[in-house]
Design a binder for this molecule. Sequence first.
Ligand code: SF4
Length: 371
Amino acid sequence: LGMPAVPARLAPRRASRQIRVGSVAVGGDAPVSVQSMTTTLTADVDATLQQIAQLTASGCQIVRVACPSQDDADALPQIARKSKIPVIADIHFQPKYVFAAIDAGCAAVRVNPGNIKRFDDKVKEIAKAAADAGIPIRIGVNAGSLDQRLLKKYGRATPEALVESALWECSLFEEHGFRDIKISVKHNDPVVMVDAYRQLAAQCDYPLHLGVTEAGPVFQGTIKSAVAFGALLADGIGDTIRVSLSAPPVEEVKVGIQILESLNLRQRRLEIVSCPSCGRAQVDVYKLADQVLAGLDGMEVPLRVAVMGCVVNGPGEAREADLGVASGNGKGQIFVKGEVIKTVPESKIVETLIEEAMKIAEQMQADGTPS
Ligand code: SF4
């Protein structure tokens, strides 16, 4: 009962080459990783490291920092050394910062094709420096900064334009024998973005970094990212993800992790299966679900807790979960692994569920259930 032993499967992962971003493998059979980007001034080392620590604690696996000035470049060695997760330097115009980032010990560098063209003659040197240091480069195409030549050719940032831009940029590095690359082709429209990644996936074997750029505030950005990543990941496309939100970056990580858990690409942790409530409900389901979630938040074991508003569908659903309640007549029937273990008054439902959840969690940990 609870989560099936063999989770339902998505399409097989696309066979991509594997690269290493510091300690994190990306592509091939490596699990899809979650990344984010700091919002602090990179030159402010303390603030940046503090934000990286928060991101790390929330489950972020790779962090990117912007590097638009010399002060930022100067901060990179300390940030790269003290961060517990690999740091990628994000560089748009200045090749000298690419070299600085490589020297600083960054785990990778992200460059933008629309802008890198300006340092055409530097590609060879960048490829050599990155190869010598053994670090990969992300070719990060963005609809907003597409190469002028392609904008003219396609009229706007179409999926084809994004893909052509990315592959052209890769070819500049490939000419120098450099293939330690991952690619992103971001657009703010999930439909364009999904199309672009599908085309790109069919045309190369580089690992892909998924992102809907400028996705918006939390609600809209979460939906856009979940829909786009879901479509691609369900088809096996995507090796690392970054959710972009106009919100603190920790929120991006939470959303990213939840997307992977929803797709069974990661072991699910706490999952509240609560009904939407309806005219049959005999209890305030929203409040009950919120209270149970608040009481169990942060649990690392894969626990499925059903919170059902009535005894019509309630018992059936509650039985499917590790633990559940079906409410009715001012009481709650508490189920554990499909068996009614007790019936408690409504006022005791939350505490009983939390108590039983703790017992199950302890048992799971003792049994070595992966968390
Ligand atoms: Fe309605 Fe009961 Fe179903 Fe909840 S479990 S939606 S209250 S029928």
